[in-house]
Design a protein around this ligand. Sequence first.
Ligand code: C2E
Ligand code: CA
Ligand code: CA
Length: 350
Amino acid sequence: MSTNTGESGVLALDVPAPGPDPVLERAFRRAMDGLYMVFQPIVSWTEREIVAYEALVRTCEPELARPDLLFSAAERLDMIIPMGRRIRRGVAQLVSTAPERVSLFVNVHGGELADPDLYDPASPLSRVAHRIVLEITERWSLDRFHDIGERIRALRDLGFRVAVDDLGAGYAGLTSFARLRPEVVKLDMSLIRGVNEDPTRQHLIRSLNGACRDLGIRVVAEGVETKEERDTLVALGSNLLQGYLFSKPARAFPVVETAVWDAEYTHVKGWPARTAQAELLELRDALNALLGTLNTDGATRYDPTATATEVGALGRRALRSVEALLATNNLPSLEPGALSLPAPKLAKTA
Ligand code: C2E
Ligand code: CA
Ligand code: CA
């Protein structure tokens, strides 16, 4: 197969454009009629809680049952935009039935970024934009849009948050950091698979977690299948996890089985699945982390804004744990100010 650069100077593959394909068209029409959404939990490990769901499309049409086949048919038939609209409407319809406070992650195919409906404040998904994180992948080149930055800004102005999907999948993922300034990145499952046995990927994930923390970007590790992968990821600083270990994608809205949170935890009032001992261990970890963050020796340098937020979050978590522990043991709750902490010494980063 030869290649050429046409008049536009764009490298073009020397392959004939596909002709009409009535069989595919009929299968695709059936697939569109049978579209529905499934959802997969994204959990916060420290909270032992579902914090979001990723919406994934499915169809009753067996010939295009796999999403990759469905999307390549849609691309071939120039139907990405109508299908994207149907998916977004389908998700929007289910938002009101989602558990309170969870966000919904919605995949956006690159071709959908050309659809004016995506930017319409009156469209069903825009109306619930504050609950939605749009996942954008560079598997589909964003270079086709010279104004990608403005498009993303328009989506943010509507209230959407943005995630870069498939980071580490071998595409130009790192450039999307600068271009999209995402609130969230999702590590591709090729980085996660067998991470417990691979020091190179462990280094990479630790560094990515650190870089994202400094940039204020949250990281989701996707495709977690085993407890060994989970424990390694947690040790590397990952907290948001998604994968078959927690739940396969299912009709709205699957729960995470108690046993998955950890076999040794048993049910305690007000908490998903813990014992007082687990509470104590978490309290200890939270306090250790808090004391580490307070930087009493002045040796570590922190970004003042990030640190203030971090200290606040850790402090609240520690206090919540103390309160829960007291309540579980039928003890009176804390007096205001009972747990007084030294003021953090914050040094500006150079
Ligand atoms: P993705 O966005 O990277 O979605 C994650 C895929 O990994 C899903 O496959 C999910 O079922 C699968 N998965 C989740 N946890 C695990 C795990 O622990 N192990 C393994 N082996 N797989 C896991 P799915 O649903 O088949 O989707 C494949 C791809 O199709 C998606 O990859 C996404 O690129 C595309 N897609 C699916 N639904 C939509 C949609 O509604 N809109 C758009 N634009 N693309 C979609
Ligand atoms: Ca995705
Ligand atoms: Ca992904």
